[in-house]
Design a protein around this ligand. Structure first.
Ligand code: HEC
Ligand code: HEC
Length: 252
């Protein structure tokens, strides 16, 4: 064979291989469009999410922590646990007793609609199932959540006298505070447990203002006509107010 013939034979072979490779590629490409997986080839596994396996209350606790509720609220994350958070909004102790499911859900979505001027921001961005979990979690904030059988230690700050504290203690019963608030083993479960009220981080000025118009410390603007679960004690004398604050701040 001549040199030229060898050359053209190699060229023809090369051409054939190239055409073959391209054809195979093209067919597999077309197949990828036509091919639809059958039921057997992709077994359906149920989606495994650790979040989905928790109870609704446990999920609510995670949402509560992730959403940053304790940046404004004092709360016990679990029953009997320590109180954590910052005292900007109301103490959430017993909040599940004083608020029903509908109020809680609507309030997360638009706090200002229920409490005009509220300093609380909206959580409408949370998915509906996370809002439901948050509602279920908040409903577990009842008297059972508070540490059982604890009596307060009375530690009187230097700015108050023993007489003031005793007068405050008497007023706490005669003014009906005890109907809503528990101290030690006695009292009602509507308002926060006050066994350690002196450790909640409230100043004396805050306490006075809160007693005279409780909602005023939580909203910007007027409070008239807005329903609030603690009544105003704006008919008390300055002395009585001071005595109540002395008692509250001594509860440690
Ligand atoms: C920027 C501060 C702020 C943040 C963050 C915040 N809150 Fe509030 N919250 C408030 C204030 C202020 C009030 C009182 C006014 C009102 O009711 O809207 C309040 C009221 C409440 C009440 C009613 C309490 C009562 O005594 O009846 C509940 C329940 C509540 N918040 C739950 C939550 C939850 C749950 C979160 C997190 C998803 C949260 N808050 C985040 C400030 C805040
Ligand atoms: C009808 C029920 C009710 C009565 C009566 C009542 N409270 Fe309250 N109290 C509440 C509720 C609900 C809250 C939570 C909302 C808030 O902080 O205003 C609260 C909150 C408080 C707080 C704030 C606790 C904290 O650390 O956040 C103090 C202190 C307090 N009350 C003291 C008193 C005193 C003192 C009296 C009597 C002069 C009194 N309360 C009467 C329902 C009541």
């Amino acid at each position: 064979m001549t040199h030229e013939r060898w050359n053209s034979l190699i060229l023809a072979l090369f051409f054939l291989i190239t055409v073959g490779v391209l054809a195979a590629k093209g067919i597999s490409l077309l197949e990828s469009f036509w091919y639809t997986p059958t039921a057997e080839s992709t077994p359906r596994r149920p989606p495994v999410s650790p979040f989905g396996q928790l109870s609704i209350v446990e999920r609510g606790k995670l949402v509560f922590q992730a959403a940053g509720c304790t940046s404004c609220h004092l709360a016990r994350l679990e029953p009997g646990g320590p109180q954590v958070g910052f005292p900007v909004g109301p103490n959430l102790s017993n909040a599940g007793v004083r608020r029903d499911e509908t109020w809680l859900r609507d309030h997360y979505i638009d706090p200002q609609k229920l409490v005009p001027g509220s300093k609380m921001n909206s959580f409408a961005y949370l998915p509906p199932e996370e809002l439901d979990a948050l509602v279920a979690y908040m409903k577990t904030f009842n008297a059972q959540r508070e540490p059982a059988d604890e009596e307060p230690n009375i530690v009187i700050p230097e700015r108050f006298t023993q007489d003031q504290v005793e007068r405050g203690k008497t007023l706490f019963t005669s003014q009906g505070c005890v109907g809503c608030h528990t101290i030690g083993k006695t009292g009602g479960p509507i308002g926060p447990n006050l066994t350690r009220a002196g450790t909640h981080g409230r100043t004396d000025e805050w306490q006075i203002r809160h007693l005279q118009d409780p909602l005023s410390v939580y909203v910007i603007g007027p409070t008239d006509g807005i329903p609030w679960p603690m009544p105003r004690f704006n008919n008390l004398s300055d002395e009585d107010l001071q005595a109540l604050v002395a008692y509250l701040q001594s509860l440690r």
